[in-house]
Design a binder for this molecule. Structure first.
Ligand code: ZN
Length: 275
């Protein structure tokens, strides 16, 4: 799923390419389809969005939020792409990708498309963000939280550190892939329990969270460019690198779990008597 670094760059690109643009056409595929759309306004998706100008776009956790301003009435589009949802900038001559469900044509001529192979993503159209399910539960942004607040919140989270990092209510925007990267950077075994971490380890974890995400934002920016449907991850150290040499010690990267819930780590750099 897109995580904080990818969504942050999608936001940056759309800030440049979509903010200030007016929506001139709204196309649902198939027509009238509500597969990924949740209209909390009851106005109707097409009717509510047509001729509205995108005032601003912000990211909050794994939500990307389009704010259409208050004229004639407040309107937000909150997008949670979940596992496989992707936004794409295209022109009308570009071939439609499989499972494209929504096309917003902008006054610039660009099309903002959404495709989603597993159709799990959600688009919420709402007059107020508080009404969007899950939005108010999003925890603090990892690049904004202080070390003290991070430590306090961590002591209230029980469980394995990998699982805790991916809880959006603890800190926002970290998923399966970046949790692996952060724990490798911090040299912590993913199955360590939060209660077992000493003060120095918590500090290492906090520092690794910030440096890993910040460096990833820079790498994603240079690799993604305006191709916002891409998910550049080749640069990662351990995630999806099963069997490859650890960039730090050279030993083979381990794998536990399967499918969408894999965990990759280095048993040498991240020691522990765990599975
Ligand atoms: Zn290693």
């Amino acid at each position: 799923m897109p995580e904080l670094p990818e969504l942050e760059i999608v936001r940056e690109v759309l800030e440049r390419r979509a903010v200030g643009q007016t929506i001139t056409a709204v196309q649902l595929i198939p027509p009238g389809s509500a597969i990924v759309l949740r209209d909390l306004t009851t106005t109707g998706f097409e009717k509510a969005l047509i001729r509205r100008t995108i005032g601003s776009i912000h990211r909050r956790g794994k939500f990307l939020v389009f704010d259409f301003g208050a004229d004639p009435s407040k309107l937000f589009l909150a997008i949670n792409p979940k596992l496989t949802g992707r936004l794409q900038l295209a022109s009308d001559s570009d071939k439609l990708r499989l499972k494209t469900h929504l096309i917003l044509t902008l006054s610039s001529g660009d099309q903002l498309r959404y495709f989603d192979l597993k159709q799990m993503g959600q688009f919420y159209l709402s007059r107020e963000l508080e009404a969007v399910p899950g939005y108010s539960d999003v925890g603090p942004e990892p690049l904004e939280i202080s070390q003290d607040v991070f430590r306090d919140r961590l002591t209230r989270q029980l469980g394995e550190i990998k699982a805790v990092l991916t809880r959006g209510g603890f800190v926002a925007g970290i998923g399966n892939a970046y949790a692996d990267e952060i724990l490798w950077q911090a040299r912590l075994h993913p199955h360590r329990k939060t209660g077992q971490l000493d003060e120095a380890e918590v500090e290492k974890l906090y520092a690794a969270m910030r440096s890993t995400l910040q460096e990833a934002i820079d790498k994603v920016r240079s690799e993604m460019k305006d191709e916002i449907h891409l998910k550049p991850r080749e640069f990662m150290a351990v995630h999806n690198k099963t069997g490859e040499p650890c960039p730090r010690c050279g030993n083979a990267i381990s794998l536990v779990g399967a499918n969408d819930r894999i965990t990759n780590f280095c048993r040498t750099c991240q020691p522990g008597e765990y599975s």
